[in-house]
Design a binder for this molecule. Structure first.
Ligand code: SF4
Ligand code: ZN
Length: 345
């Protein structure tokens, strides 16, 4: 998104107060109070029109301690109060100096606001953590990026814990930028099955095994989430990116889409709108062409193939030390983009 800061003294579009934020795609200029109303109304509208949450439901929020998940938790607490049973799930991937610090912010917030929380660690569940996975990738570059392991495992544990606490919904902090990046990535990879699963309520098939996932911030731009967190004093971890984020293919898409948005404000919303128009067709196509659902031969969980993605990724890590013994020296030079470099901030 283009610059959100006000350069000279300007007035809010809706009152006489000084504008504190300029939103290029509107364009709008807002004082803090009117920005908060604009921001919260968009989230309320998403929840209401897409029927994401009903009163009395148990809603688990996947909390990392970063801005997106902390704003999601804060807003669901603010909007629904005691009308829903809000709980937090924190996944410890085992990225020392990063996730331990970000998680603590989430834990502190839950304790201060009497929100029940649950933690799950890769280490205690699988006996390995992301630091170990990174070592394996150094041994064999063909394993790909850390994120392809981390994402699969994290989704698995979020669902597992949400199921264990009988959550009706599992909310994540995915924002507009994440969603548009995922749309572009699925399109460019010709992955229509994944594309059809995107949206404010992920997935078109409903399964007993999966707690329905919802994205209250899915049409909220990342930069506005940063501004909202700052204006409202919402604590979140913002010091460093994940030390492995330079490996994420997503960074290339993030950079490309931010550049497009800077030159043509509103592009991200246009991509989202096109996707929403296409979604019924995509889902119809998937329904007509979807293969039978299977159960993983190893763990028994639902799978798209004989072995589920969790078991297959675990198998790849376990097997690597049997194949390659030398550490890659070129690995780090291949892709130097980090999330900070590509956030356009
Ligand atoms: Fe995991 Fe990749 Fe995110 Fe780091 S950047 S927390 S490795 S998904
Ligand atoms: Zn499995």
């Amino acid at each position: 998104m283009a610059e959100l800061k006000i350069k000279a003294m300007e007035k809010c579009d809706l009152c006489e107060k000084e504008a504190k934020i300029r939103i290029p795609y509107g364009p709008h200029r807002f004082c803090v109070e009117h920005f908060n109303t604009f921001f919260e109304n968009r989230v309320r509208k998403n929840i209401r029109t897409n029927k994401l949450i009903k009163y009395n439901e148990r809603v688990a929020v996947g909390v990392s301690g970063g801005k997106d998940s902390m704003v999601t938790l804060y807003l669901l607490h603010k909007i629904f109060g005691n009308r829903i049973k809000l709980e937090a799930i924190l996944i410890d991937e085992g990225i020392k100096g990063y996730r331990d610090r970000s998680m603590q912010i989430g834990i502190d917030y839950c304790e201060q606001n009497q929100i029940p929380f649950h933690t799950v660690s890769f280490k205690s569940e699988f006996g390995i953590e992301m630091t170990d996975v990174m070592k394996k990738i150094h041994e064999d570059e063909k394993l790909g990026s850390t994120c392809s392991f981390c994402g699969v495992f994290r989704r698995h544990f979020l669902n597992m814990k949400a199921k264990a606490i009988n959550a009706d919904k599992l909310a994540t902090g995915h924002n507009l930028d994440d969603e548009v990046q995922s749309i572009a990535m699925s399109l460019f990879r010709n992955d229509f099955a994944r594309l059809a699963r995107l949206g404010e309520d992920a997935g078109w098939r409903k399964y007993e095994e999966f707690v329905p996932r919802i994205k209250p911030l899915y049409d909220t731009p990342e930069k506005e989430i940063i501004a909202y967190a700052a204006f409202n004093g919402i604590e979140h971890y913002s010091e460093e990116c994940c030390p492995y984020s330079w490996m994420a293919m997503r960074n290339q898409y993030r950079k490309m889409l931010n550049e497009l948005e800077d030159s043509i404000p509103g592009s991200k919303y246009s991509i989202l709108a096109s996707f929403r128009n296409l979604k019924p067709l995509l889902q119809q196509h998937q329904k007509e062409n979807a293969s039978e659902t299977m159960h993983c031969k190893k763990c028994g969980n639902l799978a798209n193939a004989e072995i589920c993605s969790v078991c297959s990724q675990l198998e790849r890590i376990t097997n690597v030390s049997k194949i390659v013994q030398t550490e890659s020296k070129s690995l780090k030079k291949k892709n130097s983009l980090t999330c900070v470099e590509t956030k356009g901030m």
